[in-house]
Design a protein around this ligand. Structure first.
Ligand SMILES: [Zn+2]
Length: 217
């Protein structure tokens, strides 16, 4: 069966195509694709940075990383020739718009950071009975840590069961079989594997005894 060779039949080729015959000669070496530069701040090509919301930061980056391009785009001459075609009112509007966009982006970044810094990772050591504990970990997602992958990491690290499930409040948390709360704190502090970016101050350990003592808080 494998010996059967398919012959390509040319059918219905357009008349013009016959004139151009594909050469069977040596294939020219593939050219390296032209590398396109993208701004490390806004991810646009640098000539489009001005349309992004972090133009000032973009310019700082370009000046550091590619001073030649920086002077090409933002030298006095370049700016003069560009602004020369704009009315004064248009220039002022552009400046104002840029400032507005930047203020908005800064506020957004601040809010995201604040939210992150106020997020708590709660590790609970729960006594199921005299000899059995489970450990739950809540809040890792606020630090962009994938819960399923983190559960896998715990499972293999402690050679035990670990899964993601909903806690009584309906929020996702990782449940690890065994008494590993303090080992997990250590892993977070040492940023093992996926467990990166949780400040020590944002980690809280709670012990939950089987016999509930009166909540004293
Ligand atoms: Zn940029």
């Amino acid at each position: 069966m494998g010996k059967k060779q398919k012959e390509k039949k040319e059918e219905a080729s357009p008349p013009e195509a016959t004139a151009v015959e594909p050469s069977e000669g040596p294939v020219p070496e593939p050219r390296q694709p032209k590398t396109v530069l993208y701004c490390a701040v806004c991810s646009f090509p640098p000539e489009y940075c001005e349309f992004g919301s972090r133009f000032t930061k973009c310019k700082e980056w370009l000046n550091d990383a590619h001073p030649d391009l920086f002077s090409q785009y933002y030298s006095e001459d370049a700016l003069q020739s560009k602004l020369g075609t704009m009315t004064l009112a248009a220039q002022q509007k552009l400046e104002k718009d840029t400032a507005k966009k930047e203020a908005k982006a800064d506020a957004k970044a601040d809010a995201a950071l604040k939210k992150k810094m106020s997020s708590q990772v709660t590790i609970k050591r729960i006594e199921r009975n005299k000899r059995k504990h489970v450990t739950t970990v809540h809040g890792l997602e606020a630090f962009s840590i994938d819960l399923k992958k983190a559960a896998k990491q715990f499972a293999s690290k402690f050679a035990t069961g670990a899964s993601v499930s909903k806690n009584p409040q309906g929020l996702d948390e990782i449940v690890v079989q065994g008494d590993v709360a303090y080992e997990i704190v250590e892993m977070l502090e040492e940023e093992v594997g996926l467990l990166k970016g949780v400040p020590a101050d944002n980690i809280e350990v709670i012990e939950e005894k089987k016999k509930k003592a009166a909540a004293a808080e």
